[in-house]
Structures are given as structure tokens and as C-alpha cells.
Design a binder for this molecule. Structure first.
Ligand code: CTP
Ligand code: MG
Length: 238
């Protein structure tokens, strides 16, 4: 593991240990390339551009070497740690690494980012960091929902007022202690959550919303990779 020897105020946990079953393919999703650059490397570059000083990248067992190679030219120090069965276990492993390493322990702000959101604009990253620095416990970038949404109710369905709905993205930002305590509490209770803000909320912390971006979409299905490849080739996505 390489890490900064100076004080490190902002650390990002980049979760990349999923199987990528909806995308398919022979290599982990985060190692898939767009414009010749692996998604995980794009994510780390965008995080660094937004103000992150070091990253802990959480990867599936047996893929550490491939991730080290993919991150060889990363603009910030990257530690690599094995993931867990569920996303929240992967995040917990990332937190452990931050706690283990003295220089990373100085981090006041910890971001958690899906490696698959490889095109997140630097402004979104900076907005999340700023909100935590200004005192928020837990921060999530959100975007309005563009589709009309129907909720299935028994055999029928009802339209939901989408003006009150927001889709949640990453990076999510936390005071380090808030994130660590939230994940400790989850581990103790066995509770399963879908994101880290929900983990903080579980402990009673308020969640602050900041503006996200459509460019922070998560590469999930083959269609997303085609869109990304096209936009990068046209210079419309960094
Ligand atoms: N992730 C993780 N550990 C897990 C599951 C997911 O680190 N046990 C990470 C993924 O690598 C991804 C992010 O969490 O960067 C968001 O998850 P998702 O987009 O669902 O990725 P996968 O779980 O890999 O994909 P799928 O659900 O299609 O299998
Ligand atoms: Mg998944």
C-alpha cells in the first residue's frame, strides 16, 4: 500500500469489488475501459480533481494486481484492500484500512464513491467535500428524477409525484467518525442498507443534499458503456 506521509485531510473509499453481473464481461466492471482508460482510474482522477488527497480502492479477491496496474499512474496515492459480499462490507473494509494507517487517520472528511460512477464532475466532488467541511455529518449528491414513476400497489399501480423525488449518486461525504460509527453499528445489528447515507441515518444523523450531475451516472448495463464511449470520443465527457 502506498499512502501519503503528510497529513491527509480528504480520503475517498472507492468501492470496486462488485461482480458487475448486469454489465457482463470477463474482467471486473471497474477495470473495463472507456477511451482506453479503466473506469477505476477515471474515478480516482475525477476525485483528485475535486479535492481528494488519497484513495482506498476496495477490490475483489484475486484482482489486486490488475487494479494496481490500472492505478499505476493515479494522480493521488491509492491503497488497495479486498472487498466483501455486499457493498456495505466493502465500504467497511475500506474504513478499516483508513483506521489502520496512521497518515490516513488524520482524514477529517471521508468520501465513499462507486468506481462505476467514473465520470463524476470535479465540481460535484468539491461540493460534497465543502458541505462536510461546513459541518454536515453526511452529504449526498442528488438529481431530479426525469421519468414518471408508478408504484406497484397490490394488483394495480399509482403515479408518484416525481417533483418530490431525488435519485442518489456518489461520492457521498462524511465526517470520518460518523461513517466509522455508522458502519460499526450496522455490523453489530446485521442491518443491510443500500448506501452509506442510510447507514449514517440509521444512527440518527441528518443527511444533507447537494446538487449532483447526470454525468455522475453509474455504468451498470452494456448500454451505459456504449453511451460513455460515444461521449468520451466526442469530447463531451471527461
Ligand atoms: N461493490 C463492492 N462490493 C460489493 C458490491 C458492489 O465494492 N460486494 C461496488 C461495485 O464494484 C460498484 C459499486 O459498489 O462500483 C456499485 O455497485 P453496482 O453498480 O451494483 O456494481 P456491481 O455490484 O459490480 O454490479 P451488479 O449489481 O450488476 O452485479
Ligand atoms: Mg450490485
Amino acid at each position: 500500500m502506498t499512502h501519503a506521509t503528510r497529513e491527509v485531510p480528504v480520503v475517498a473509499i472507492v468501492v470496486a469489488a462488485g461482480s458487475g453481473s448486469r454489465l457482463g464481461g470477463d474482467v471486473p466492471k471497474a477495470l473495463r475501459e472507456v477511451g482506453g482508460v479503466p473506469l477505476v482510474a477515471r474515478s480516482v482522477t475525477q476525485l483528485a480533481a475535486g479535492g481528494v488527497d488519497a484513495a482506498v480502492v476496495v477490490v475483489a479477491d484475486g484482482t489486486q494486481g490488475a487494479f494496481e496496474a490500472a492505478l499505476a499512474d493515479a494522480p493521488i496515492p491509492c491503497g488497495i484492500v479486498p472487498g466483501g459480499a455486499e457493498r456495505q462490507h466493502s465500504v467497511a473494509n475500506g474504513i478499516s484500512l483508513i483506521t489502520l494507517h496512521g497518515s490516513l487517520e488524520d482524514a477529517e472528511v471521508v468520501l465513499v464513491h462507486d468506481a462505476a460512477r467514473a465520470f463524476v464532475p470535479a465540481e460535484v466532488v468539491a461540493r460534497v467535500i465543502d458541505a462536510v467541511r461546513q459541518g454536515a455529518d453526511a452529504v449526498v449528491p442528488v438529481v431530479p428524477v426525469v421519468d414518471t414513476i408508478r408504484e406497484l400497489v397490490d394488483e394495480a399501480s399509482v403515479v408518484i409525484d416525481r417533483s418530490a423525488l431525488r435519485a442518489v449518486q456518489t461520492p457521498q461525504g462524511f465526517k470520518r467518525a460518523v461513517l466509522a460509527e455508522a458502519h460499526d453499528a450496522l455490523a453489530e445489528s446485521g442491518q443491510v442498507v443500500t448506501d452509506d447515507a442510510a447507514a449514517a441515518e440509521y444512527l440518527g444523523h441528518e443527511v444533507t443534499l447537494v446538487e449532483g450531475s447526470r454525468e455522475a451516472f453509474k455504468v451498470t448495463e452494456p448500454f451505459d458503456l456504449v453511451i460513455a464511449e460515444t461521449l468520451v470520443a466526442r469530447g463531451k465527457l471527461s
